[in-house]
Design a protein around this ligand. Structure first.
Ligand code: ATP
Length: 915
């Protein structure tokens, strides 16, 4: 069958479109046809078009000021006919580019792999059945349903729609959602932005529901046509890499000035131009930390993979860094801090309360009245409450062949199925008796769900409503009793009951019904806005996740405040917060944590909200707009805020937060699009794990910088000193290049793999504004700079004075720098702790690096080829002793400095505790 791929589907009635595409509005395509079309049309994915090709990426490695200097140096060297040196320099440039290319590709691959893990699912009707399939498997003709929160998986001609609104920013740039209507038939010339009967791939459903037939997939979709909009691969830039780039530019200028001064001094002193030029080049090459940008990228990429292993997928690279400086985590309650394993424990009607036995999803357990005043079997309101819970419900509970109960859908709803089954209600029979005619799905903004049912021919219809107690109770005028009699509803008594149960941490849903005139076919919010008959309330437990209790403690010990921001009742939330061990001000009665409700927050001025955000740990019945205000209030106090969200309307708050965190399982596509990080298990403990990793990544970056800068500065000092003293260069440019290549490539990278330090969560968050060059680091640069200067320059002069050849003396100097660098690497495994505290073998890569370094230096020193290329020469055993002595001395000096620092900070801590 040839499918007509028209661009004008909006101009064709939907039944016609379905027919042309060989599909069926209720049954969809059959599976055989799907397979056939998949072979023909391929996967429903966009081919990334704007990625830089490998050649361009490789050439870009040469776009670097250091490489320019090296190319200049190589050309000058070639010009003065020192071909071996020139070839070496060009060789180094080439190797450098290859290494940079490989590292960058690895980092990019690590990040790209994560993007793949976040593929969306589509709900599709095939062969008459509703299936969840990866969006990539859709084909033209598939009948797809979309609803509030989902990302439109392909271009669709709408068949049905209900209050459908779609944000088409990805396509048209217009961020305000537009209304869609399946029933419209539009003129052929209607422009894309006005095609209200179509929805397009990559746009986001912000409201309502719809059903549509796929008209185009993959690159054939409208978004696929606009190639510029197809997302480029993740940028590897973060605030830190930008800071480092700025810092290296500054360093470059400083070093070039120094090199120019060297050249000038040498020339004034009458030294040969070529020698002074070489000295200047050597100085420039030695002092520029060329490994730095690559090391930062690699460390970040390693962090991203480590986080993914701990169930936190990073969508935007800067989050890795920001996580390390997070000061407040605002978390949802249900499912993130709690288990989302609901069990109904109490059912209260207007005249009595019943208890429910049994836990989990197994529908076995008794419903009984504790004082035996009522028999559950004959209580009308109880029966109707349970029936309402089952009818006004979109979730499923199935028994698999092994007798296990499998829940599908919203755990709150599953709990209601379980409680109804415990009383012997059969879902199929109930559905047959009261077929569903319409539904108003649950939306956080309304906090209720309603369904319309037929009660038989010519009978009034019944609307069942379930939702948050405050919302439902306020709509009720009467209540139904055990005898099924309607009495005036005492709302205050009902609220007292709600509070009593909520104080125990129970989650409460209220149920009501209303008769609807028989002629009505559909249900609107208006129909159920008042005059409901109260049936009862079901109260369920949702225990805290044990791992969340531990994670909350870990975060609080790490100086991170936790705020619970929930849609649930304030008292329920406050009780759960206490069980979780959240720290915050107590309420005035002193029996729970201070909690503010959305209604209270609405009355707060910005200043009052800032104060409330500081004091309280619990914010309940919070609307998405209030979430946004809360983030802003916290940020106004200089906090670095991580915020979780799952709903459609959470996107602005997620974007505003320093780290927006979406839920992988229950989160909407809209929230995932807006987030910086997605939790694959929706678990608070994974946020804590990510913070821990974030701190580890930043630590390792600092360790690398603390290692690289002093080593570079030390080498620069050696060369500067020789120029100032007017003596021979202790290291030639090629030799300096050799050290930089080997040390940075082999030693430095080992620090990126350093495991997290144990005490990482026992210290306060890092100040994101803190500079790279702290006082401590400057001190370290000074110490190590002097060690290298005295060691390398000193030993070079010593050798010269004892009459050894220049080549030998230089080899000693080069080896000194390499050995000091290796010892210093052991120092840098922790900024404060000693190797005994860390464990000698806890990072085997350090030893691999040092071993590699030894082998390379041996070949540098003893291989005739290397002697020829690098102008080195074999040295004596006692030289090695002296070199090792310098390395060890440097190591001990830094350890001593760390010891002093540890003592000072211990004293400070004692002093702080005493005061
Ligand atoms: P959190 O924001 O911490 O995840 P939550 O799940 O309680 O908390 P919402 O999903 O916004 O937040 O729910 C708010 C309230 O709406 C709940 O306290 C409950 O009373 C009610 N509710 C939740 N789920 C449903 C549902 N499926 N049908 C009807 N009402 C519901």
């Amino acid at each position: 069958m040839e499918i007509l791929l028209s661009k004008h589907w909006h101009h064709v009635p939907s039944e016609e479109v379905v027919k042309i595409l060989g599909s069926h509005p209720e049954k969809g395509l059959d599976l055989f046809e799907v397979k056939h079309r998949q072979d023909r049309f391929g996967l429903n994915i966009l081919t990334p078009k704007k990625k830089k090709g490998p050649i361009r990426r490789f050439l870009l490695q040469f776009h670097n000021p250091l490489v320019y200097i090296l190319i200049l140096a190589g050309s000058v060297t070639a010009w003065i006919k020192d071909m071996v040196d020139a070839a070496t320099i060009f060789g180094v440039v080439l190797i450098n580019a290859v290494v940079g290319y490989i590292q960058e590709s690895k980092a990019e691959r690590a990040i790209e792999a994560l993007e793949g893990t976040l593929n969306t699912e589509a709900v599709v009707v095939r062969g008459g059945k509703t299936l969840h399939v990866p969006s990539s498997e859709l084909v033209p003709g598939d009948v797809v349903s979309i609803q509030s929160g989902s990302k439109v998986p392909a271009d669709l001609r709408l068949i049905r729609s209900r209050d459908l609104q779609v944000a088409e920013a990805a396509l048209t740039g217009e961020s305000a959602p537009v209304n869609k209507d399946a029933s419209l038939l539009l003129p052929e010339e209607t422009v894309l932005a006005d095609r209200q009967n179509m929805v397009y791939a990559s746009t986001l459903v912000t409201y309502g529901q719809g059903l549509g037939v796929v008209t185009a997939t993959g690159d054939k979709t409208e978004v696929g046509r606009i190639s510029e909009l197809i997302s480029e691969a993740q940028s590897l830039e973060t605030p830190l890499t930008r800071k480092i780039t700025r810092f290296s530019h500054f360093l470059l200028v400083a070093i070039l000035l120094l090199a120019a001064a060297t050249f000038f001094i040498g020339t004034v002193r009458g030294q040969p131009i070529i020698d002074t030029f070489m000295a200047a080049i050597a100085l420039a090459v030695s002092a520029i930390p060329e490994g730095l940008p690559a090391a930062v990228t690699i460390t970040l990429a390693i962090g991203v993979s480590r986080m993914a292993r701990r169930r936190a997928i990073i969508r935007k690279l800067p989050a890795v860094e920001t996580l390390g400086s997070t000061t407040v985590i605002c978390s949802d309650k249900t499912g993130t801090l709690t288990q989302n394993q609901m069990t109904v424990q109490h059912i209260c009607t207007v005249d009595t309360c019943f208890d429910v036995r049994g836990t989990g999803y197994t529908p076995k357990g008794e419903i009984f009245s504790p004082d035996e005043s009522f028999s559950p079997d004959h209580h009308r309101a109880l029966k109707q409450t349970l029936e309402a819970g089952m009818l006004c419900n979109d979730s499923e509970l199935r028994e698999d062949p092994n007798g296990e109960w499998i829940a599908e859908g919203d755990p709150t709803e599953v709990a209601l199925i379980v409680s109804a089954m415990k009383s012997g209600i059969h879902r199929n029979e109930l559905n047959q008796q009261y077929p569903r005619l319409d539904v108003i799905p649950f939306e956080s903004a309304y906090q209720y769900m309603a369904t319309l049912h037929s009660a038989g021919p010519d009978q009034a219809k019944i609307a069942y409503v379930k939702g948050a107690a405050e919302v439902i109770l306020a709509k009720c005028g009467h209540a139904s009793t055990g005898e099924g009699v309607f009495v005036p509803f005492d709302i205050s008594a009902a609220f007292r009951k709600v509070e009593e149960m909520a104080r125990k941490g129970l989650r409460i849903l209220a149920f009501a019904f209303k008769e609807i005139p028989a002629e009505k076919e559909s249900l609107s919010h208006e129909d159920i806005s008042h005059g409901l008959v109260f049936l009862g309330m079901q109260a369920m437990i949702d225990p805290p996740r044990p791992e969340a209790i531990a994670a909350v403690k870990a975060c609080q010990d790490a100086g991170i405040n936790i705020k619970m921001i929930t849609g649930d009742h304030a008292l329920t939330a406050s009780a759960i917060a206490l069980q979780l061990g959240l720290k915050g001000r107590m309420n005035e009665e002193g029996n729970g944590l201070l909690a503010f409700s959305g209604r209270e927050m609405a009355g707060f001025s910005d200043e009052e909200l800032i104060e409330a955000a500081r004091e309280a740990a619990v914010f309940a019945r919070v609307s998405p707009e209030q979430k946004l205000r809360l983030v802003e209030a916290l940020q106004a106090r200089g906090e670095v805020v991580a915020m979780t969200g799952d709903g459609v309307n959470d996107a602005p708050a997620l974007k505003q937060a320093d780290i927006g965190i979406a839920m992988g399982i229950t989160g909407t596509d809209v929230s995932k699009e807006a987030a910086d990080m997605v939790l694959t298990d929706d678990n608070f403990a994974s946020i804590e794990a990510a913070v821990e990793e974030g701190r580890g990544v930043y630590d390792n970056l600092i360790k690398f910088i603390a290692w690289a800068l002093p080593t570079n500065v030390g080498q620069g000092l050696v060369l500067l000193a020789s120029v100032l003293a007017g003596v021979e260069l202790p290291m030639l440019p090629v030799q300096v290049l050799w050290i930089n290549m080997t040390t940075a490539g082999i030693l430095g990278i080992a620090l990126a793999l350093e495991p997290r330090e144990e005490n990482i969560m026992n210290r306060p968050p890092r100040d994101p504004g803190s500079p790279i060059l702290t006082g401590d680091l400057l001190g370290r640069i000074l110490i190590m700079g002097l060690v290298i200067l005295i060691g390398a320059f000193g030993l070079f002069e010593w050798e010269k004075l004892s009459g050894t050849s220049t080549a030998e003396a230089r080899t000693v100097a080069v080896n000194t720098v390499a050995v000091v660098g290796s010892f210093y690497l052991l120092n840098c495994r922790s900024m404060t702790r000693s190797i005994f505290q860390l464990g000698f073998f806890s990072n085997p890569w350090v030893h691999v690096g040092i071993l590699g370094m030894i082998l390379l230096q041996m070949s540098f020193t003893y291989l005739p080829f290397m002697n020829y290329v690098m102008s080195s020469a074999p040295i004596q055993a006692e030289d090695w002793l002296r070199i090792g002595g310098v390395g060890l001395a440097g190591y001990l000096i830094v350890e001593f400095e760390k010891w002093i620092r540890r003592r000072i900070s211990k004293r400070r801590e004692k002093w702080r505790q005493a005061s």
